[in-house]
Design a protein around this ligand. Structure first.
Ligand SMILES: *[C@@H]1O[C@H](CO)[C@@H](O)[C@H](O)[C@H]1NC(C)=O
Length: 262
């Protein structure tokens, strides 16, 4: 029984001072600064940083130079700030959780900072290719089907665009897919162009093709609908103006009539 109470207490101490986890994405090769987000008591026993809770990174004890552990030798710098460290030239294998611990007589062991770090390489280039064009122009039907493939090194998406009477749309809407490296590959329609985009949190590449050269009867659906709406607005403004003018004339006319009757 008492063993459980002691265990419970230990768990409480472990969980003390729960630090908010900071999530960061870093481009491969970049540096990252880790800060302790709290005041460390003057009388601290030690402050350290660990990687994934098990690997020692660096240890600070009072009145001594910090100790950098073998896995991180030559890969760490110290900015002026107390207990902050700069991780140099990060690689994918450095992705994980970096935790600061502060140990003092007064406060036990606390965790004043935790970073969840994801290191990402630049995404590979993409290529958008048009696989087939099926354009029908006649009196009764007027349509164009465009099938494209958006591809990157290890994955690709195919998508079909259909233009009918000057309006193009994508079958099934925007298409997207997560690649093995956690980046996303997307194909979508934007202002009469087909966009193929490959992106992760730190980097993106893109290729695009305008629809018009493949389906010459369309000058871009969004463009033409914008033109239509400007025309509509003008028509409405003009009509409303005309109605106001006509009713003004009628009102004046009626008032004159009333005056004559009196
Ligand atoms: C560290 O932990 C992350 C998950 O949080 C894991 O993906 C990664 O492989 C671990 N790295 C090492 C070297 O243990």
């Amino acid at each position: 029984m008492s063993v459980f109470v002691i265990l419970g207490l230990l768990v409480c101490i472990e969980a003390q001072g729960p630090s908010a986890v900071t999530t960061v994405f870093v481009q491969k090769g970049d540096d990252l600064i880790l800060n302790v987000h709290a005041d460390v008591p003057e009388e601290f026993l030690f402050v350290d940083w660990t990687f994934n809770k098990t690997v020692d990174v660096v240890l600070f004890v009072p009145d001594e130079e910090p100790t950098v552990f073998p896995d991180f030798t030559g890969r760490i710098e110290f900015p002026g700030k107390k207990f902050s460290v700069i991780l140099k030239n990060l690689q994918e294998a450095d992705s994980g959780v970096y935790t600061a611990r502060v140990s003092s007589f007064a406060g036990g062991v606390q965790q004043p900072a935790e970073y969840k770090v994801t290191v990402q390489g630049p995404v590979s280039p993409v290529e958008l290719t048009v696989d087939s064009v099926d354009s029908v122009v006649s009196r009764s039907s007027d349509s164009c089907n465009l099938t494209v493939t958006c591809s990157t090194q290890h994955s690709h998406i195919s998508s079909t665009f259909r233009c009918v009477s000057g309006t193009c749309s994508q079958e099934g809407g925007e298409q997207s897919e997560l690649t093995t490296s956690g980046a996303s590959l997307r194909v979508y329609l934007l202002y009469g162009a087909i966009i193929c985009n490959h992106s992760n949190q730190v980097n993106w590449t893109e290729d695009f093709k305008r629809i018009e050269p493949f389906c010459p009867q369309y000058a871009g659906s969004e463009g033409s609908s914008a033109g239509t709406s400007v025309y509509l607005v003008k028509m409405v403004v003009f009509s409303v103006g005309l109605i106001i003018m006509v009713s003004a004339v009628i009102t004046v006319h009626l008032m004159e009539k009333f005056k004559k009757h009196k």
